[in-house]
Ligand binder design. Structure first.
Ligand SMILES: [Zn+2]
Ligand SMILES: [Zn+2]
Length: 243
């Protein structure tokens, strides 16, 4: 009998920063963990029959707009429509993410205050481990233009690894070690900032078959002919991936 599926990933968007017609990269994990918060996060959550009320944890990889552009309206909805719920939201990111979000939201707002008991802000520089709502999260520092935390998320007996934006390197192997799924970016655009197609293929080859690879944050207009690769999937907007 096949093992019960433990992971459900709803793709809120699979595009890179310039979009090329895709929605920006973002994911809903097992209905309650948001992996990045792209500009369209809120309407796409509702389209899935979800809302901020269902979310326990928001994991922000880094401060770029395609990854945090939806935070303002997520917080607005959380406070005004679900502010009376019985538990706070945790929002995690690299050190400084709170101030960055405050800058995006603006000083006029009372929605983003460090001591607002409805929100717990968790910041670190990689190498941290914390638990929230029964989910254990480990952070691994990635390589990007700005500080980027990759996440190893232990949830419902499975491990999901998520890079955010990163150049290739041994940090991705560290992030993905033993994971059931690696969600890896393929933003391209030159060395030192992002992975390209050769990189994500090499990552697939280097990982054991037990770790599935989901490629996201890519330009749909520049997908090359790809060899057939087991356990290697190009994410599509609104698709659901279960493992
Ligand atoms: Zn990005
Ligand atoms: Zn970025």
């Amino acid at each position: 009998m096949a093992a019960a599926r433990r992971i459900r990933l709803d793709c809120l968007g699979s595009g890179f920063a310039f979009s090329s017609g895709r929605y920006w990269n973002g994911w809903l994990l097992n209905g309650r963990v948001l992996l990045d918060c792209p500009p369209q996060a809120l309407p796409h959550l509702y389209r899935l029959g979800r809302s901020p009320a269902d979310i326990d944890l928001v994991l922000l990889s880094h401060e770029h707009g395609d990854h945090i552009g939806g935070v303002d309206l997520f917080l607005l909805d959380a406070v005004h429509r679900h502010g009376e719920r019985d538990r706070p939201w945790a929002i995690a990111g690299p050190t400084g993410i709170f101030e960055r979000v405050r800058t995006v939201v603006g000083d006029h707002s009372h929605r983003v205050l460090r001591d607002d008991p409805r929100f717990a802000w968790i910041e670190d520089d990689g190498g941290a481990r914390f638990e929230w709502a029964g989910v254990v999260v480990e952070t691994v520092r990635m390589q990007h233009a700005v500080p980027d935390n990759g996440y190893r998320i232990h949830i419902d007996g499975a491990v999901v690894a998520y890079t955010g934006d990163t150049a290739p390197g041994p940090h991705i192997a560290e992030l993905a070690e033993g994971a059931d799924v690696l969600i890896v970016e393929c933003g391209g655009g030159g060395p030192g900032l992002h992975c390209d197609w050769d990189d994500v293929i090499a990552i697939r080859h280097a990982l054991p078959a037990s770790t599935k690879v989901l490629v996201t944050h890519y330009d749909p207009l520049s997908v090359p002919p790809l060899p057939p690769l087991a356990g290697f999937t190009l994410a599509e907007d609104f698709a659901v991936y279960e493992y």
